[in-house]
Write a protein that binds this ligand. Structure first.
Ligand code: NAI
Length: 266
């Protein structure tokens, strides 16, 4: 096992639940954290509840771990207040704690919504500038910049994984392009945790889907090889969904429905 103690934040969420068992192969002890309670620790686990916005709680949560998989936070578009607390202040608190405790590597759950205002006929690499599609995407762009600063200044390595759509199966036509299976998510996180030199890297979190908007050629050093594909679900998804209106921004932009969400300011 490459890591003694690995911290998983957002452990009570959809991806946290999917990764809880899978990540045990990566470490001797898996420390699980969330703001909401989610039961008791099993063998090989620790549970520390913490609000990411609470610097002292985050500091205690990070103490003693050698790497972090950071999934915790608001995971959809919505009003700025909770996003500010959980994703912006929360990411700052996490990196400050990582600096103080000498944590060397972080896998940060970024999002495709960092680049959601690119069109669906554009193929992006990690070199394309951010084009967030809302407050949530902006908060993930902040996390990417924050982690780059902590790499440049303090040498903490981070993989910013711009997760597409990680669910058991693709739910709609958009997700045929953005789907990331749970097993591929675990393969990708494992690659980020084990590659010899990670640096500060941006990688698109996707399975081996035939239709894709993203090109991971800038992240070959991570050594991620997806083994699943949304293609096996294509016919079933087409059969149960209507043809999209191609004049609708939801069908034009990579961010899908997020590009028309809000405003939330009243
Ligand atoms: P989720 O919403 O199911 O889980 C997020 C977890 O974070 C929840 O258990 C929640 O209680 C916790 N959380 C929220 N605010 C917190 C706070 N202030 N302090 C501590 N914990 C807090 O989301 P999901 O789907 O599991 O996603 C995990 C991560 O991956 C998120 O950061 C999300 O933005 C990112 N992501 C997920 C995608 C997906 O397809 N599932 C796509 C793109 C990004």
């Amino acid at each position: 096992k490459v890591h003694d103690k690995l911290l998983l934040t957002g452990a009570a969420g959809g991806l946290g639940k999917a990764l809880r068992d899978r990540l045990k192969a990566n470490c001797s002890v898996l420390r699980l954290s969330d703001v909401q309670a989610f039961g008791d620790a099993l063998e090989g686990e620790e549970i520390i509840l913490a609000d990411l916005a609470d610097a002292a709680a985050v500091n205690a949560m990070v103490q003693g771990v050698d790497a972090i998989v950071h999934l915790g936070g608001m995971s959809v578009e919505g009003p700025f207040g909770p996003i500010l607390q959980a994703n912006i202040l929360g990411a700052y608190n996490l990196y400050e704690a990582a600096r103080k405790h000498g944590v060397k590597r972080v896998v940060f759950a970024s999002s495709n919504h960092v680049t959601g205002f690119y069109r669906q006929d554009q193929t992006l690499t990690a070199d394309h500038p951010a084009r967030p599609d809302g407050l949530y995407g902006l908060s993930k762009a902040f996390g990417e910049d924050l982690s780059r600063f902590y790499f440049d200044r303090y040498g903490i390595e981070t993989a910013c994984v711009r997760i597409g759509s990680s669910f058991a199966e693709p739910r709609d036509r958009r997700m045929l392009a953005t789907w990331l299976s749970f097993d591929d998510l675990h393969r990708l996180i494992t690659a980020c945790l084990t590659t010899p030199v990670l640096g500060h890297s941006i990688i698109f979190g996707m399975s081996d889907n035939a239709v894709t908007w993203w090109d991971n050629s800038r992240a070959r050093h991570i050594g991620y090889v997806p083994q699943d594909s949304s293609d096996v679900f294509r016919d079933a998804v087409y059969a149960r969904t209507a043809n999209p209106d191609l004049n609708d921004p939801v069908a034009q932009y990579q961010g899908g429905g997020f590009v028309v969400a809000g405003p939330f300011g009243g």
